[in-house]
Design a protein around this ligand. Structure first.
Ligand code: IDP
Ligand code: MG
Length: 139
């Protein structure tokens, strides 16, 4: 059964370019509810742990440097069938391939600087939410 929560980050490029408000507004308009939210910055070690699944990829070092380069917003969202719905809503990894109107199409500037993260499974949504938030930080 599909879960009702996912985890997202507004990534450093989107925060730096002042798109956080617009992105969160679109997320809320789409019917996702915010269960937890904070502004934070990943250390290099935290970014390596979060993206450990990609540690053999050619883009790993660049991704870690980028994701630890500035503040992000970490967010837990709730909606029916949340993981799949949110992935559709943000669009393909490469903003150039993302459907018109999706967050990555609107605010991403490259395959790396693609504005937002979205968990790819219910299991990872839980792991990633637990990585960023304690129980007391959730509503
Ligand atoms: P996803 O975020 O759509 O799930 P993943 O393949 O899990 O995409 O990649 C994680 C992140 O790594 C992407 O969101 C993007 O920031 C970056 N990335 C993925 N593929 C590339 C690439 O080919 N070059 C540079 N960065 C990449
Ligand atoms: Mg992924």
């Amino acid at each position: 059964m599909a879960g009702d929560k996912t985890f997202t980050m507004v990534k450093p490029d989107a925060v730096l370019n002042q798109h956080t408000g617009a992105i969160i507004d679109l997320i809320l308009q789409e019917g996702f509810k915010i269960k937890a939210l904070k502004m934070t910055q990943l250390s290099v070690e935290q970014a390596k742990e979060f993206y450990a699944v990609h540690n053999d990829k050619p883009f790993f070092d660049s991704l870690i440097s980028y994701m630890s380069s500035g503040p992000i917003f970490s967010i837990i969202l709730e909606k029916e069938n949340c993981v799949e719905t949110f992935r559709d809503f943000i669009g393909a990894t490469n903003p150039a391939d993302a459907a018109e109107g999706t967050i990555r199409s609107l605010y991403g500037t490259s395959i790396e600087h693609n504005a937002v993260h979205g968990s790819d499974s219910d299991e990872n949504a839980t792991i990633e939410s637990d990585f960023h938030f304690s129980a007391e930080e959730r509503y």
